[in-house]
Design a protein around this ligand. Structure first.
Ligand code: UDP
Length: 149
């Protein structure tokens, strides 16, 4: 089963949206198999966003991401990488469709509430950065048998 890394960023935590985001993930039928609630270390934030290191928003992004608690998740399910990107919506809230998290709750690209890996390679890399050797959990949801053909 495919796994992806999801983060509820400090703005999502501060705005009391953890339950809203977790509820959307769970109701979709994806399974949360890892969870870590912490203030992200600067080194991890820099590694996570390394592809943006030369962009003008990088320093501010790292400062924001490490400024307060964020919730890191490992989310599992069929096509979980694509599905989580769809649940989150476009990076720019103005382009995010209503019904997505960013479309429903955000107005600024720098405060767009959530992150989700954009490829299998990114998912593996990001899960490793944030969860290290801490293995995802294995458990049965009572609707597992209804969710899959
Ligand atoms: N970001 C920003 N300003 C920009 C572009 C991106 O602050 O002009 C931040 C924003 O928080 C975004 C993150 O950098 O979510 C990573 O950007 P990416 O293009 O990878 O978008 P995502 O994968 O988060 O949709």
């Amino acid at each position: 089963m495919e796994q992806t890394y999801v983060m509820i960023k400090p703005d999502g935590v501060a705005r009391g949206l953890m339950g809203e985001v977790l509820g959307r993930i769970e109701k979709k039928g994806l399974k949360i198999v890892g969870m870590k609630f912490a203030v992200m270390e600067e080194a991890k934030a820099k590694e996570h966003y390394a592809e943006h290191a030369e962009r003008p928003f990088f320093a501010g992004l790292v400062e924001f991401i490490t400024s307060a608690p964020s919730l890191s998740l490992i989310v599992e399910g069929n096509d979980s990488i694509k599905i989580m990107r769809a649940i989150n919506g476009a990076t720019k809230p103005a382009e995010a469709a209503p019904g997505t998290i960013r479309g429903d709750f955000a107005v600024d690209t720098g405060r767009n509430l959530v992150h989700a890996s954009d490829s299998p390679e990114a998912a593996a890399r990001e899960i490793k950065i944030h969860f290290g050797d801490c293995a995802p959990l294995t458990y049965k949801r009572c609707d597992d048998d209804c969710l899959y053909e």
